[in-house]
Design a protein around this ligand. Structure first.
Ligand code: SF4
Length: 209
């Protein structure tokens, strides 16, 4: 995609979703990390239904670190993959207490050393909490970036690195806009091409003509 087309796409995202932000609800960095872990293969809406009771029972990282894992599991069951998620949350809590004095790490490298925290989670957390210049690539971002022709890269980690080189700034915000664009406009099965204002520069649309 040409530079001017990239700029136009980014402006279009801004026009469609000017106030895009993370839809997860949280009160502190640790709660945000827990919510992002829970949101894997689950909707933000579902996570927001689960976390009020979870954070009421376990208000701090210390409470999670000393929790009985079955109590965590019972409270997060409806988010799916709850055995793994509970294990990851508890183990990450223990690590944060032991290694980071109870504070969520502030950089991607340390974040990714936490049990169950992969690159995508680390980038979402560091982008939103610390405004790091990174872009997390989930299924929507991967699909959209390839569809419109920003990148030609199916591997999420490599796609993330390529997008970071291309986009350069305001990436956490662009990440959220791309997610909303994929969720509501350029859906996986039914992209809204006829109403789309960038179809003349979209690789996918042009390939269909
Ligand atoms: S033209 Fe269609 S495929 Fe391309 S970005 Fe717009 S909605 Fe998505």
């Amino acid at each position: 995609m040409k530079n001017e087309d990239k700029e136009r796409f980014i402006l279009y995202l801004e026009k469609l979703f000017p106030n895009a932000k993370c839809e997860l609800e949280y009160n502190d960095p640790f709660q945000f990390l827990v919510s992002v872990i829970l949101s894997a293969q689950c909707t933000d809406k579902r996570v927001n239904m689960v976390t009020p009771k979870l954070f009421e029972k376990f208000p701090t990282v210390y409470d999670f670190a000393s929790a009985d894992i079955r109590d965590i599991e019972n409270l997060i069951k409806s988010c799916g993959f709850y055995h793994n998620k509970a294990k990851n949350i508890k183990n990450a809590s223990i690590e944060i207490v032991n290694k980071y004095n109870g504070k969520v790490p502030t950089n991607i490298e340390d974040m990714m050393k936490l049990p169950g925290v992969g690159m995508k989670t680390a980038k979402v957390v560091c982008g939103d909490l610390y405004n790091a210049d990174v872009i997390a690539v989930d299924t929507h971002v991967l699909r959209i970036a390839n569809r419109v022709g920003l990148v030609d890269e199916k591997d999420p980690s490599k796609c993330s690195v390529k997008l970071e080189k291309l986009l350069k700034n305001d990436m956490p915000r662009i990440h959220h806009r791309l997610v909303l664009f994929g969720r509501y406009h350029c859906k996986a099965q039914k992209p809204n091409c006829e109403q789309c204002e960038i179809k003349d520069i979209c690789k996918y649309y042009k390939s269909k003509l």
